[in-house]
Design a binder for this molecule. Structure first.
Ligand code: NAP
Length: 463
């Protein structure tokens, strides 16, 4: 692990602010970015002596939701990785991958060693529907499916690719992602970094019909227009939508984004789409009531709901072989941190962590673990900027709070025999993924096994 060089926007007496950021996803890396960016010409530096940031990441590799949430066929969003990678390459930033706060190092130990600790833990758990039958084989979270196709090292092979008909509950962008991956021609995924075993499994998929289910009216769907439109442009896929499900006119006060979505849906309902080998069915006012089946899924019982999602008591059964719930994410925190269970976030006041109604000096939160799972990757950039502004405002108090250990967490990890993955190790993983891709005649192909990631990161130039 390279030592921090004593760099910052300005050299001189005093010392840089030492910050630990927990979580090297977009929110964490954008926080490191704002803390260590050189000031623009003519602008004063944020901090007179700059900041040194240690990024601690539970997984062996950085980028969080960018690597494990964004769908492989969304290359333009994934390109954000280049900017995030440039932040990791700064001398004022160190990466400690494969280090779990709460297991390898405690929250208290971090606070003793740094001026400030910023939690950027994201929201990686799924939410349940809370209906009977949800535990049946063939019923799972979209998160599990997304983790699998994105090569998350803790994911399992889902059995739903042997299904022919899949219900996707929810009409947000995650539902759109999983529906698209299920019906898309897998050959179109070959140029992406999707793991080879995933590509092979999708090539053998028997899925012909995917049902997207919104519990309220279409004006309440949470997808964004760009993502929605993409569903209508997939080759070999027919979108099936009954225009009786759509309002004839936009309800009064309809937001511009909603009006655009409704117009896309109306166009689909109007056009006589040619029959295609795979179909994407859109349903609204369809509230899941029970997952049906003996041992494994054979259908989904739905209750007709009004525009606002209130049940009408009328039920019908949709015959499907698998159910994926794409009804949002939930954050979790290591033991010892305060947690608002209802919102699944760290409670904060102006980005500062709050415990039992009191601000905890030196501890902050950023991204989904603070705001909840809403917004796109770029939202974390402005969030990080605001969070850093609060830290900078607190800086003089933070610097006076206590003496910090210039080695940060490094000595402690060495004592405990934990081999963290640094930025050089991450670069070796990228090189190994490129090599793996070449072997398959593809571009970079993700390594999805935890040990293989560690082996690639720790391989020496001669090994
Ligand atoms: P989301 O946008 O909150 O959508 C969740 C969906 O689940 C909503 O349609 C919601 O309906 C529905 N739902 C919740 N509880 C339900 C229940 N018990 N029964 C039936 N339906 C239920 O969440 P998400 O799709 O997980 O996305 C999370 C964030 O990531 C969003 O901000 C999204 O835009 C972003 N994201 C962006 C992209 C992209 O830019 N390409 C891709 C993926 C994710 P109600 O509205 O009725 O509650």
């Amino acid at each position: 692990m390279a030592e921090h060089e004593e760099v910052g926007p300005v050299a001189g007496p005093g010392r840089p602010l030492r910050v630990a950021v927990v979580g090297a996803g977009p929110a964490g890396i954008y926080t490191a970015d704002h803390l260590t960016a050189a000031p623009r010409p003519g602008e004063d530096p944020l901090l007179p002596h700059g900041a040194l940031v240690d990024l601690l990441e539970r997984l062996p590799v950085p980028f969080g939701l960018l690597r494990y949430g964004v769908a492989p066929d969304h290359a333009n969003i994934k390109a954000t990785g280049r900017a995030l990678g440039a932040v990791l390459a700064r001398p004022a930033v160190r990466l400690f991958g494969n280090v779990e706060v709460g297991r390898d190092v405690t929250a208290e130990e971090l606070l003793e060693r740094y001026d400030a600790v910023v939690y950027a833990l994201g929201a990686s758990q799924d939410r349940a529907l809370g209906i009977p039958g949800e535990e049946l084989a063939g019923s799972s979270s979209a998160t599990a499916f997304v983790d699998w196709y994105n090569g998350h090292p803790e994911s399992e092979h889902p059995d739903l690719v042997s299904a022919r008909s899949v219900a996707v509950v929810g009409v947000g962008n995650v539902a759109v992602d999983v529906a698209r991956i299920l019906v898309r021609d897998p050959e179109e995924l070959s140029p992406t970094d999707v793991p080879q075993d995933v590509l092979d499994a999708l090539r053998h998929s028997r899925v012909t019909d995917v049902h997207l289910l919104g519990r309220r009216g279409p004006q309440h769907a949470r997808w964004t227009t760009k993502e929605l439109r993409e569903l209508g442009e997939l080759s070999g896929v027919q979108v099936v939508l009954d225009d009786g499900e759509l309002p004839v006119e936009d309800p009064e006060g309809t937001a511009a984004a909603t009006a655009r979505n409704l117009s896309v849906l109306r166009e689909w309902a109007r056009r006589a789409a040619a029959p295609a080998p795979r179909r994407l069915h859109l349903h609204f006012g369809a509230r899941p009531a029970q997952v049906l089946g003996e041992g494994r899924v054979s259908g989904l019982r739905l209750e007709r709901a009004d525009e606002e999602g209130r049940g009408t008591g009328e039920h019908w059964d949709l015959p499907v072989d698998a159910v994926l719930r794409a009804v949002g994410y939930r954050g979790t925190v290591p033991d010892g941190l305060p947690f608002d269970d209802a919102r699944a976030v760290i409670p904060t006041e102006e980005h500062r962590m709050v415990r039992d109604g009191h601000v905890v000096a030196g501890v902050y939160a950023v991204g989904w673990i603070k705001r909840g799972p809403i917004g796109v990757i770029g939202t974390n950039r402005s969030d990080a900027k605001e969070t850093v502004a609060t830290i900078v405002g607190d800086a003089s108090g933070l610097l006076a709070r206590h003496r910090v250990d210039p080695a940060g967490v490094e000595a402690l990890l060495a004592e405990r025999g934990i081999r963290a993955v640094d930025v050089e190790g991450w670069r070796r993983v990228v090189a190994a993924e490129a090599q793996r891709g070449r072997a398959h005649g593809r571009g970079e192909v993700k390594i999805s096994d935890w040990q293989q990631l560690l082996d690639a990161a720790q391989r020496t130039a001669s090994g």
